[in-house]
Design a protein around this ligand. Structure first.
Ligand code: 5RP
Length: 262
């Protein structure tokens, strides 16, 4: 399999594969969105198929729901599950305190609701997502379409008083039309370069009418599983204060995913 995967895909795969070890029979598991989370869903599908693992998945997007069903994971809504044992999701950035920027795939609202409704959130990421200070990745903010230009002006005005380096905002596009989230909203991407006080920024943004949620995940993530291009995996647990290193061994026979489109 390693021969067929680029270093970045190897890193995502090994992080996802290691994270499946946190999943046990009978669990209700939040399933994240994005390319790393897609690896996770495939790896969990493999455990369902090969080991008879019995889990129920709560997907954070329509595309994750489709993939989960395709690989044989039973899918229910958060309203049916009410509370989850675990959520495993990707991230666009994580810092030393395991605070995150999420929403690069536009699913931040469902992702935050599902992660918050879980006993534990585990982030799976390749090493490139690790940062000293959040903000190089543009911060996604989900806004209601009605009056979005006014909301954008209010955001820009607010950013002047915040501890951030950049203040440019951009409406996310899908071709020549605004990107639309699973909830029918739009995304503003805030190009901040450096966020000095992420907790404060998150609270202030969510006070602006028209903003539904922002992509800063503060004090939500418990564990990060970091994959490297050579198969090395690190597991950092912020609550236990532990850091482990290992390696995922994989063989050509592991490559059961070639025919499953993302
Ligand atoms: C989607 C997300 C993703 O988790 C984030 O964008 C990371 O994606 P990828 O694993 O493809 O790099 O927040 O809204």
């Amino acid at each position: 399999m390693s021969e067929n995967l680029s270093p970045i895909d190897t890193a995502k795969f090994v992080a996802a594969k290691r994270a499946t070890e946190f999943v046990a029979d009978g669990m209700k598991v939040g399933l994240g969105t994005g390319s790393t989370a897609a690896w996770l869903v495939k790896c969990l599908g493999e455990r369902v198929r090969d080991e008879g693992l019995k889990i129920t998945g709560v997907p954070t997007s329509r595309r994750t729901a489709e993939l989960a069903q395709k690989v044989g994971i039973k899918v229910i809504s958060l309203d049916e599950a009410r509370w989850l044992d675990l959520t495993i999701d990707g991230a666009d950035e994580f810092d030393g305190e395991l605070n995150l920027i999420k929403g690069g795939g536009g699913a931040l609202l469902h992702e935050k609701i599902v992660a918050t409704a879980s006993d534990q959130m585990i982030v799976i990421a390749d090493i490139s997502k690790k940062v000293g200070t959040l903000g190089a990745f543009p911060l996604p903010v989900e806004v209601i379409p009605m009056g979005w230009q006014t909301t954008r002006s209010l955001v820009e005005e607010t950013l002047h008083a915040m501890d951030v380096m950049g203040q440019k905002t951009a409406l996310r596009m899908n071709g020549d039309r605004p990107f639309v989230t699973d909830e029918g909203n739009h995304i503003l991407d805030l190009h901040l370069t450096r966020i000095g006080n992420a907790r404060q920024l998150s609270l202030v943004l969510n006070q602006i009418p028209g903003i539904v949620e922002n992509g800063l995940f503060i004090d939500i993530c418990d564990v990060v599983v970091i994959g490297h291009g050579d198969g090395k995996v690190e597991v950092e647990d912020i609550n236990a204060g532990t850091h482990e290193e290992g390696r995922i061994a994989f063989a050509e026979s592991d490559n059961i995913f070639r025919d499953i489109a993302e």
